[in-house]
Design a protein around this ligand. Structure first.
Ligand SMILES: [Zn+2]
Length: 307
């Protein structure tokens, strides 16, 4: 017998559909290559499709030209996606529809709190707006996450349990500035695209608790989750666009891929470095095994080493 939470995270016997979903807040760096390669290999090993979705839902954070830069860098690394690229900026109507579903179920409320006011709240309770029927004018729309999911199974991280107090009783669905919030957009898209397994960086482990709550609200089985270890820099910080991770040099696609393969637990032979990228990727698909992906956060400071 399965528990409700186990059944939430299993889509049995469906053709595999995976995805890579970068946000265009910067170009591809080593950390995002890990996610791209890991999700690509997992999809191809399972004879599945690998979709590309550009998460350009937050224009203030978007860097001009970054979407095109990501696309070109993926092409240079021959990480070629199936089907048409999906852009979140063109899917507002779908997010609106999903939001309306939640509204109908009385799972949302209008909130006028500032960030500072929310930060002062006990995270286990919704802000006072939840019971006050506030006007929608200038409000953020929040999800009443009062029966939060606090554990899920991950194929690499295994049983993930939220730290005490880590999963908040509310989260944002639509911001005060009218933009749809990340959790709603991601879940709406993953459902719409029929994603059967989400492979992404472990920085999104926490987001999974919120996304599972949305799957439950939509009464849709959640995909399986695979959270790859993060790459941190020499200062111990996550390699990200925000801390100016070096943009990948596509002229070094072979080296970049070999480094990424090692990070993901593969042991490419030295001769592979000089092979064509296509040959390298075929070798990697053949050799790919989730059981070899390290669970722990690893360190990258121009060399590969586990902490
Ligand atoms: Zn509020």
């Amino acid at each position: 017998m399965t528990t409700p939470q186990q059944s939430l995270t299993s889509i049995p016997n469906q053709p595999y559909i995976g995805r890579f979903a970068p946000s265009p807040s910067g170009e591809l760096h080593f950390g995002s290559l890990i996610t791209a390669l890991g999700s690509y290999l997992q999809a191809k090993k399972n004879n599945g499709q690998w979709l590309l979705r550009i998460e350009d839902i937050d224009p203030p954070r978007e860097v001009a030209g970054a979407s095109q830069g990501i696309i070109e860098s993926l092409e240079r690394h021959q990480l070629l996606w199936d089907n048409k690229i999906v852009y979140q900026s063109q899917r507002s109507h779908m997010y609106e529809g999903r939001l309306a579903e939640l509204l109908q179920q009385n799972l949302t409320y209008n909130c006028h709190c500032t960030r500072a006011e929310l930060a002062m709240l006990d995270c286990k309770i919704c802000c006072p707006c939840a019971d006050q029927g506030k006007s929608p004018e200038g409000a953020a729309i929040r999800f009443k996450n009062t029966q939060a999911i606090t554990t899920f199974y991950d194929a690499v991280q295994q049983q993930v349990v939220a730290d005490n107090n880590a999963v908040e009783a509310q989260f944002c669905l639509k911001r005060k500035d009218g933009l749809y919030a990340y959790q709603l957009a991601v879940v709406s898209d993953d459902i719409d695209q029929g994603i059967t397994e989400v492979v992404r960086g472990a920085d999104l482990l926490q987001a999974t608790f919120y996304q599972l709550a949305l799957y439950r609200a939509f009464a849709v089985p959640a995909p399986r989750f695979v959270h790859l270890p993060l790459v941190i820099n020499a200062e111990g910080k996550k390699l990200s666009k925000q801390n100016h991770a070096q943009v990948l040099d596509p002229n070094r696609a072979n080296h970049n891929l070999v480094d990424a393969m090692k990070f993901l637990g593969l042991s490419p032979p030295a001769s592979l470095c000089k092979a064509k990228v296509e040959t390298m990727l075929n070798w990697a698909i053949e050799s790919w095994d989730l059981a070899h992906v390290p669970k722990v956060i690893a360190c990258h400071d121009n060399r590969i080493a586990e902490l």
